[in-house]
Ligand binder design. Sequence first.
Ligand code: 6PG
Length: 461
Amino acid sequence: MAVMGQNLALNIARKGFPVAVFNRTAAKTQEFFETRVKGESIYPAYDLREFVFSLERPRKILLMVKAGEAVDEFLNALFPLLDEGDLVIDGGNSFFRDTDRRIAEAERRGLLYLGMGISGGEHGALHGPSLMPGGHREGYALVQDILEKAAAQVEDGPCCTYLGPGSCGHFVKMVHNGIEYAFMGAIAEVYDLLRKIFGLRAPEIARIFAHWNTLPHLNSYLVDITARVLAYEDPETKTPLVDLILDAAEQKGTGKWTSQVALDLGIPTPTITQSVVARSLSSFKNERLQIASRFSISQKTLPWSEEVPLFLSDALYLAELAAFSEGFHLLQEASRVFAYHLNLPEIARIWKGGCILKALLLGRIQSALTLHDAPLLFATEEFRSEVQEKLPALRKVCALSAEHGIPVPVLSAALAYLDAWRSEKLPANLIQAQRDYFGAHTYRRIDREGTFHTEWEVTAG
Ligand code: 6PG
């Protein structure tokens, strides 16, 4: 019954479904009732057994527990109290392999289980989140009405759909977060350039982001909150609060897992991965301070011109599109390898509202995925000419950053990603030759079929 749990309970009760709530520490439940429950059909339980027996059968239990061991601990206490056909939904950011293991355990006990990604933070939980459930289809049927009414609503339906079997709900949420990391990282880099190269202050940058949020290709939850964050003044010091926040980014693991799984499956997701790396590097604040003092940095600013926000916004847009392409590519491969049977356009659709990735762009992504069935969105008819036209802007931003010694790992990764996919020839021929030289790993040739090995010393000598 932390805030997410409280908000979801209120949201579901307000949609007309009575809810019983339980928290390990009773004080939290009491406080919830004293401060937030105002006549909704919500009933407190102060003992797990009492909670379980108060529910109508088949029971439908939504767990909002911090991902990791706490989930297993709670399930160990809960599972023995349940009856065949009862449903447990894990609404946390659980690692998908843990979800597979828990589904197997639930099955052994004759229970139904859903791993459900929930996005949208506290506000979404109360007013309509994006819900990403996967697992037992019969389990979804039990709660479909509740979840679809509690979810955010967009023009073509609720931001909730049954995604598929096994751990796919948590997998999809994990990739959502990977893309979230990348988009946040790209936004942060653009902010950094605006303040360091063009000498703008937070309120001025806030106005630029607020304007970008009015443009169809950039309108999004993350651009919107960036403008709000940058405009916020610390009431005590009367300075922009963002300037007072320590520049050491934290993370709970979903971005890292996305990158790890992408590496395991052989799917290139450099924009996402670099955003994870950038967060890790930022966390070495003390070391950075020491190292920075050993190098002289001459930070020259450039004069402002009307052109600046145009090329920066184009660069940001391409980084966002690269991150979405990486994410959907990974989802497609995971769907094949793990037999998730994912419907990619449906995933784009349920991200159009309620979640952190909410963006107008997702409508176009949805239609590109429907029409072309190709996850490399930037190369589809929908986006190709726009990418071609905006690439010089991303190139210019990366070159400018390099000249000024400002790290833009996310934007640079997006550029290299797009450039690599557009390359008819890559230098991998040389890598193959090197591998064959030192390890007889063999190579293929472009002029004949087969696998070849060369005694390089003999021929070269
Ligand atoms: C969401 C968010 C949410 C949470 C992230 C934060 O979709 O609502 O992704 O799940 O804010 O887990 O992750 P980090 O702490 O790793 O940044």
